[in-house]
Ligand binder design. Structure first.
Ligand code: ADP
Ligand code: MG
Length: 402
C-alpha cells in the first residue's frame, strides 16, 4: 500500500519529497444505535477497511488535496489564511467549492479537521500536500467521513509534531463534522476510527468518554457486513427529527425525575417515568434509546464472558426496536436483517449506522458463510432488483502511520 500511495503522490505532486503514509479505519457499530446523543453506550469496532494518505508538509501556507475517489476533480488548493477565516459550515462549503480556485466538496472533511485543530488552540505551522486513497465504501454508514477527518488529523499532527492523544483527536474530528460539515453527529464514529484495537470492540460511555477495549473472541464466527447500496434522502432530516424527539421526551421526564440523559435510565425507571412523556411518538423514541443503551451494556457483559449466542439475540432485538420504536429502518435493511435472522448459522443480524439505508451487521458461523452469501444475495436481487455487497469484517487498530 505504501508504495502505491507514494507513487500516487509523485504522480499528483511530482517527485522531490518523500511523503509519510497514514491510515484511518471505517467502523461498524455492533450494538447501541442512536444512543450516542442520548448519553448512552455504544459498542463499535474499527474495520480493516479505511482511508489511506501520503502527505508531506510545505513551508508556505498552501494546502493541496487530491483523492483517488474523485480523480476527475483534480487537485484542490486552499491557503491557510483562508481556512483560518472559516466560521462555520457555510464558509467551509464556500471554501471547498469556491469559484476562485479549483476545489471539491469532499475537502470539507480534511479542511474542517485542520480548522478544528486550530480551533482547539494548536497553531498550524504551514501547508500540506496530501493524496488520499481508500478501500472503504463512502456514504454507506461505515463512517468514511469520520475516517477522513481522523486521517487528516493523524497525518497533520504527525507531520507538524503536534502530540494528539486518541480521545482528543476524536473530539476535534467530531467538532469538524459538527461545525464544518454541518452534521450533528455524536462522538462514536470518530472515537472508533481513532481508538480502535485489533480483535477488540470499544465499549464507550458517550456521556463520560470512559471506554473499555473488549476482546472480540467470536470463536467459529465472523462479523459480516452487508451493504444495501441504498441511501434514502430521509436520512439527514430524520436524524435531526429523532434527536429532537429524544430531547423532548427527556424534558418531559425531567419535570419529575432527576435524569441527566435518557442513557441514565434503566428499564424499570423508564417504565415508571414513561407516562410523563406526553407525545406517544416521543415515548417510543425514548423507549428505544433507553432499551438500546441497556442492550449495549448487556452485550459488553455477554461478550466479556464469551456468550456470543446471547449477544446475537440482543442484536436481533436491537433491529426490531430500530424498526418499530425508532423507525429508522427501511425495506432494504429489514429484508437483509430479517432474512439473515432465519438462516442457519446466523447468531444475530441488525441494521447498523444511522438508518434509511447503509449496512446490516451480522454474526455468522464460518461454516455457514457461503450459504449466507448465496441466500442474502439472491433474496436481495429478487426483492429489489439490485445487488448488495457483502464483506467480512476484521476488527482492527485505529488510525496511525503505516
Ligand atoms: P459515511 O460517513 O457513512 O461513509 P457520509 O455521507 O457521512 O457517509 O460521508 C461520505 C463523504 O465523505 C463523501 O461524500 C466524501 O465527501 C467524503 N469521503 C469519504 N471517503 C472519501 C475518499 N476516499 N476521498 C475523498 N472524500 C471522501
Ligand atoms: Mg459519515
Amino acid at each position: 500500500m505504501k508504495e502505491r500511495l507514494k507513487k500516487l503522490y509523485s504522480e499528483v505532486f511530482g517527485g522531490g519529497k518523500d511523503p509519510r503514509c497514514f491510515f484511518a479505519p471505517g467502523r461498524v457499530n455492533l450494538i447501541g444505535e442512536h444512543t450516542d446523543y442520548n448519553g448512552g453506550h455504544v459498542f463499535p469496532c474499527a474495520l480493516s477497511m479505511g482511508i489511506y494518505c501520503a502527505a508531506a508538509p510545505r513551508e508556505d501556507g498552501l494546502i493541496r488535496l487530491w483523492s483517488a475517489a474523485f480523480p476527475d476533480e483534480g487537485v484542490s488548493e486552499c491557503r491557510l489564511e483562508e481556512l483560518l477565516c472559516c466560521k462555520g459550515a457555510e464558509d467551509m462549503k464556500a471554501l471547498a467549492i469556491g469559484s476562485r480556485a479549483k476545489r471539491s466538496g469532499w475537502t470539507v472533511y480534511p479542511l474542517g479537521s485542520l480548522k478544528s485543530l486550530a480551533d482547539a488552540g494548536y497553531s498550524l505551522p504551514g501547508g500540506l500536500d496530501m493524496v488520499f486513497d481508500a478501500d472503504l465504501p463512502t456514504g454507506s454508514g461505515l463512517s468514511s467521513s469520520a475516517a477522513m477527518e481522523v486521517l487528516a488529523l493523524t497525518a497533520a499532527s504527525a507531520l507538524w509534531g503536534i502530540e494528539l492523544e486518541g480521545p482528543e483527536k476524536a473530539l476535534i474530528a467530531q467538532a469538524a463534522e459538527n461545525r464544518y460539515a454541518g452534521v450533528p453527529c455524536g462522538i462514536m464514529d470518530q472515537f472508533a476510527s481513532a481508538m480502535g484495537k485489533k480483535d477488540h470492540a470499544i465499549f464507550l460511555d458517550t456521556q463520560t468518554l470512559e471506554y473499555e477495549l473488549v476482546p472480540l473472541d467470536l470463536a467459529n464466527s465472523k462479523i459480516v457486513i452487508v451493504n444495501s447500496m441504498v441511501k434514502h434522502s430521509l436520512a439527514s432530516s430524520a436524524y435531526a427529527e429523532r434527536r429532537r424527539e429524544c430531547a423532548e421526551a427527556l424534558e418531559d421526564i425531567q419535570k419529575e425525575v432527576n435524569a441527566a440523559s435518557l442513557g441514565a435510565l434503566d428499564e424499570e425507571s423508564f417504565e415508571r417515568a414513561a407516562q410523563l412523556i406526553n407525545d406517544p411518538v416521543c415515548r417510543k423514541r425514548a423507549r428505544h434509546a433507553v432499551y438500546e443503551n441497556r442492550r449495549a451494556v448487556k452485550a459488553a457483559e455477554l461478550l466479556r464472558n464469551g456468550n456470543i449466542k446471547g449477544f446475537g439475540a440482543l442484536m436481533n432485538a436491537s433491529h426490531a426496536s430500530l424498526r418499530d420504536d425508532f423507525e429508522v429502518s427501511c425495506p432494504e435493511l429489514d429484508l437483509l436483517a430479517e432474512t439473515a435472522q432465519t438462516l442457519p448459522g446466523v447468531l444475530g443480524a441488525r441494521m447498523t449506522g444511522g438508518g434509511f439505508g447503509g449496512c446490516t451487521v451480522n454474526i455468522v458461523e464460518l461454516s455457514a458463510l457461503d450459504a449466507f452469501r448465496e441466500a442474502i444475495s439472491s433474496k436481495y436481487i429478487e426483492a429489489f432488483g439490485k445487488e448488495c455487497l457483502i464483506y467480512t469484517a476484521d476488527p482492527s487498530d485505529g488510525a496511525g502511520e503505516l
